[in-house]
Ligand binder design. Structure first.
Ligand SMILES: Cc1cc2nc3c(=O)[nH]c(=O)nc-3n(C[C@H](O)[C@H](O)[C@H](O)COP(=O)(O)O)c2cc1C
Length: 217
């Protein structure tokens, strides 16, 4: 598989089979992904890999955790402008349409969102942390790492879904992972093999035409 093919084929997968992925395979992909560029070669990513039995322990931890928390950061800006707002809206509506969930069926929508907090049934996950000292340029470096990892996973036939949703559960996740105090959570990534029968995995998101975001000057 060449890079163009990996870029074209990677999609967010939101229902996984229980087929396991070897820790060695995932470690290898993560090490390869660390060739991702970062400003000044700071390499701000700090990754926690949860797999196999530890994933079961993690799920037990999640089910036992009752402490309410406020999100570690706001995922989208307040009053998200157009055309960003419509892009976000359409992606959600296309997903709910595939699942046959209507706009006013709030319980079904919440239940779907809550699947984030089961990593969509994935057998493995990574949690991507960085030092509190870091600012927006280093957040973007984390994005470099994540996309590199996700493309390498695609090449290896492994599916992923990045998950900022975990910003709403940073305390809970950190109570399990026990990161150093100076680390904060950016996001998780659910990892495994897609459930080919799940309608949600048929979602192919749109992209804006280049005329929206490209100016050749
Ligand atoms: C940093 C990041 C965080 C994301 N967080 C979530 C999330 O919490 N839950 C979710 O279902 N999808 C999440 N996504 C997936 C996006 O919704 C998805 O990438 C976008 O709709 C484009 O679809 P595609 O990945 O299938 O191309 C996230 C993606 C990125 C890059």
């Amino acid at each position: 598989m060449d890079v163009s093919q990996a870029v074209a084929e990677r999609r967010s997968i939101r229902a996984f089979s229980n087929e396991p992925v070897a820790t060695e395979t995932l470690t290898e992909l993560l090490v390869k992904a660390s060739r991702a560029p970062s400003g000044g070669n700071v390499q701000p990513w700090r990754i926690f890999l949860v797999n196999g039995e530890r994933m079961q322990d993690f799920r037990s931890h999640l089910s036992e955790w009752t402490e309410p928390e406020t999100p570690a950061y706001r995922v989208y800006p307040e009053g998200l402008k157009e055309p960003y707002r419509s892009s976000r809206f359409k992606c959600g509506e296309d997903m709910y349409a595939l699942l046959g969930i209507s706009r006013d069926d709030k319980p079904a929508r919440y239940a779907r969102l809550a699947e984030n907090f089961d990593c969509f049934g994935a057998p493995a996950a990574i949690f991507c942390y960085f030092d509190r000292q870091m600012g927006p340029p280093q957040w973007s470096d984390l994005g470099m790492f994540l996309q590199t990892f996700m493309l390498l996973a695609t090449e290896a036939g492994i599916d992923t879904c990045a998950q900022e949703a975990w910003a709403a559960r940073e305390k809970c996740v950190s109570a399990f992972l026990d990161p150093a105090d100076e680390l904060r959570l950016f996001c998780g990534v659910a990892i495994g093999y897609r459930d080919t029968s799940a309608p949600v995995n048929r979602l192919v998101t749109d992209r804006e035409p280049a005329s929206v975001w490209l100016e050749v000057v």
